[in-house]
Design a protein around this ligand. Structure first.
Ligand code: AMP
Ligand code: MG
Length: 283
């Protein structure tokens, strides 16, 4: 199954999240049967990242958006295990600081964008400025409603500069969210993850869905597509996201760069160094 086709938000299409089953698992019934595939995709990502880094002429930006407890942290922990930390970065978008608020909303999003050769993961992103900002009316509609165009243009600029942008919305049900909140309560080692806001935000669920539907519809483009990932099952979420990332990287035409040195000459240098070392040892 090609999840890039299945979960793509068609550019220009209307989005109705209620029509998408967050418990979807396709042909797989259990984690066990999906595990081999997940591992295979993670290995492909690793191999391709090595080439991306070696070439340093393109980059990849992965945006993760979701409601609380939908698994943004889990995706990062499970899927990027194979990638070399040298050449990857994760940037979490929290409530803006005073200095961030004193700038335009894209200011803080631009600096952590990936350098050529790198992969950057945004855990939440500049999309919060059409999500939480809209839901809680942190700025007037006349302001946030203009953000979609700025976002599209920002992503156009990234693309022109060689950055592939991939965006994932992790789709869970309110029931699954509550059950994950319960797991957090039952597990002391996860208490640090609990926030009062988790519960107050639940009341805004329909408003968030509305905001997500608009964001997904208005900003899914060929150059920076959105994927809606059924995420009630953590393993299926990992399977779909890892396949989409690996397939996209496959398409980036990543090859190992040619060498800039004369290998035969370097080989000769190596042999003389080896002989010199052996002579040294004998002394
Ligand atoms: P977490 O992802 O659990 O660490 O929480 C980060 C919090 O920061 C979430 O409640 C977000 O909604 C909030 N946040 C992120 N970006 C913004 C923003 N631009 N304005 C207001 N709140 C934000
Ligand atoms: Mg949270």
């Amino acid at each position: 199954m090609d999840y890039r086709k299945k979960f793509l938000v068609e550019p220009g299409a209307k989005v109705r999240l209620a029509k998408i089953d967050p418990s979807y698992t396709g042909k797989h019934q259990t984690h066990k049967t999906a595990e081999i595939e997940i591992r295979k995709h993670i290995e492909r990502m690793d191999k391709l990242q090595y080439r991306l880094y070696a070439n340093a002429d393109q980059s990849l930006l992965i945006v993760l958006q979701a409601l609380d407890a939908a698994g943004k942290d889990g995706v990062i922990r499970h899927i990027f295990t194979g990638m070399n930390p040298q050449g990857t970065s994760v940037f979490g978008f929290k409530e803006p600081t005073k200095i961030e608020l004193a700038h335009d909303f894209l200011w803080r999003a631009h600096l952590p964008a990936p350098e050529k050769g790198e992969v950057a993961i945004y855990n939440r992103s500049y999309y919060e400025d059409v999500l939480v900002v809209r839901v809680h009316k942190l700025v007037p509609r006349s302001v946030w409603s203009k953000h979609y165009d700025f976002i599209n243009n920002f992503e156009k600029l990234l693309k022109l500069n060689g950055t592939r942008v991939l965006k994932f919305y992790l789709h869970i049900s309110p029931e699954e969210q509550l059950s994950r909140f319960k797991q957090r309560l039952d597990d002391k080692s996860r208490h640090w993850k609990i926030s009062e806001r988790d519960y107050s935000e639940r009341e805004f669920w329909p408003k968030y869905i509305e905001a997500y539907e608009d964001a997904l519809a208005l900003t899914s483009t060929k150059r920076a597509p959105w994927y809606i990932i059924p995420a009630n099952h953590k393993w299926f979420r990992d399977l779909a996201v890892s396949q989409i990332i690996a397939d996209t990287m496959d398409e980036m035409g990543l090859k190992l760069p040619p060498t800039h040195v004369d290998i035969a000459e370097i080989r000769r240098k190596y042999h003389s160094a080896k002989i010199a070392q052996q002579k040294d040892r004998k002394r």
